[in-house]
Design a binder for this molecule. Structure first.
Ligand SMILES: Cc1cc2nc3c(=O)[nH]c(=O)nc-3n(C[C@H](O)[C@H](O)[C@H](O)COP(=O)(O)OP(=O)(O)OC[C@H]3O[C@@H](n4cnc5c(N)ncnc54)[C@H](O)[C@@H]3O)c2cc1C
Length: 399
């Protein structure tokens, strides 16, 4: 049996055009203005350029102005967009908006889609996803969810605190996860997602949290929900089904993060190989020295293995499977492999690597938190091992 892993011609064409757009438009803009804390004007400029190049919103369906790529198609195109730090922002596939669009397409009512998904898909507004709380609240263990929503006449009243909420500053709305039944730490039931408009007086951004990474739009914020009242129409999907919807969002969102950061790994690899080809020492070019060749080869292995695991997981998601195990494996491997690739590339460049003259130290800072968000490596390893043990216990494997 032949297995054809080549993307469909239309996907390959979009990927080629995305790569050209990133090379000709995004990278020059980054060189001109820098990448840290892009302004709303720069976001608009980048997105207008992506629209003009016909590469905007590859992930959303045609009904909302996109190209309607499935997960495997996204893998090919997002990797190209991720070659530049601001590439995903330009195409409107940056986190957290891209994951929120994916979930809204699946879960939202028609009315909610018109109100939230459509302007999000066109780039008119941005959004954020508020799940994580300061200890002892929800983090690696979502069952610890402390933020509560209680029923009031015609709606809900939300109280709680969230932090590390990416993109919150300037977002048009927040998807807030709150407990609507059950007790923290007991079971995964009892959470509901609420669509909270930015101008709701009960929701406040109390600070920007300083972090290692600095290029995600809208920063990472701490939010307080203080008697925040929302109508029944703000419930996303069904009451008490929030954890189930979180899985709808998180599996694919993990993979799209891997795709985008794989683009940065490739960029780091290219910088290092160019440098190794040019730099001479000890009577030869750096690229001819064995220990450098090993690092170059290990980079290729990490990049190829990451791509393979992403494609496997995306194929499962495209089949309508949960992909719980394959996305956890891919996310854990990619987050660590991508960091290794950037770190090795920086090492190959010597002092130049840690300088601001080339972007490798910036890349290193941007990819490091990926081993924590979308589930820390340890949480995924724990879940992977538990699934393996469960499977062995029920299938009798090894007996
Ligand atoms: C840059 C950035 C952006 C983020 N953006 C968002 C966002 O937009 N929205 C949002 O809701 N959240 C966001 N987060 C939060 C992120 O999802 C959490 O940081 C993550 O879920 C881990 O939770 P925690 O930080 O509370 O760590 P904790 O839950 O306190 O875990 C601490 C450490 O415990 C270890 N650990 C975890 N599980 C296990 C285990 N089973 N066995 C052994 N050790 C384990 C890991 O090493 C982990 O790093 C973001 C975080 C960062 C860093």
């Amino acid at each position: 049996m032949t297995i054809d892993l080549a993307p469909e011609p239309s996907v390959a064409d979009l990927a080629r055009r995305t790569a050209a757009f990133v090379r000709d438009v995004v990278l020059p803009l980054e060189a001109r203005d820098g990448v840290v804390a892009p302004t709303p004007e720069r976001r608009r400029e980048l997105q207008d350029a992506a629209r003009a190049a016909g590469v905007f919103a590859p992930h959303v369906s045609a009904e909302y102005g996109g190209h309607g790529l499935d997960m495997r198609g996204r893998a090919t195109v997002f990797e190209e967009a991720g070659y530049a730090l601001l590439g995903p922002l330009a195409l409107n596939i940056a986190a957290p908006d891209e994951g929120n669009m994916h979930m809204l397409e699946i879960v939202a009512t028609d009315e909610q889609k018109e109100r939230y998904l459509r302007p999000l898909a066109t780039g008119e507004i941005r959004s954020c996803f508020a799940m994580t709380e300061p200890a002892p609240g929800a983090g690696s263990d979502p069952r610890a969810l402390l933020t509560r929503a209680e029923r009031i006449d015609g709606g809900w009243r939300i109280n709680g605190r969230k932090w590390f909420i990416t993109g919150a500053d300037g977002a048009g709305f927040t998807i807030c996860m709150a407990r609507t039944s059950g007790e923290p730490g007991v079971a995964t039931g009892g959470a509901t997602m609420f669509l909270v408009d930015a101008d709701n007086p009960g929701m406040k951004i109390i600070r920007h949290i300083e972090t290692l990474d600095e290029t995600l739009f809208g920063g990472h914020c701490e939010l307080v929900f203080d008697n925040c009242e929302v109508p029944d129409s703000a419930v996303l999907g069904e009451v008490d089904e929030g954890f189930r919807y979180a899985q709808v969002r998180l599996g694919p969102a993990r993979m799209t993060h891997c795709m985008r950061w794989l683009g940065i790994a490739k960029h780091a690899r290219d910088i290092a190989v160019r440098r190794a080809n040019e730099r001479e020492m000890f009577g030869s070019r750096l690229v001819e020295l064995g220990m450098i060749q090993q690092m170059i080869a290990d980079n290729e292995i990490d990049i190829a293995a990451s791509r393979g695991l992403i494609n496997q997981a995306c194929w499962e998601l495209d089949q309508g499977r949960s992909g719980a195990q394959s996305t956890a494996i891919a996310k854990t491997f990619c987050a660590e492999a991508i960091y290794r690739v950037v770190d090795r590339s920086l090492q190959i460049c010597g002092a130049l690597g840690v300088s601001g003259d080339i972007p490798l130290s910036r890349f290193l800072r941007e990819v490091r938190p990926f081993r924590i968000y979308d589930g820390p490596s340890e949480t995924h390893r724990w879940a992977i091992a538990r699934r393996v043990a469960r499977h062995a216990a029920t299938s009798g494997a090894g007996r």
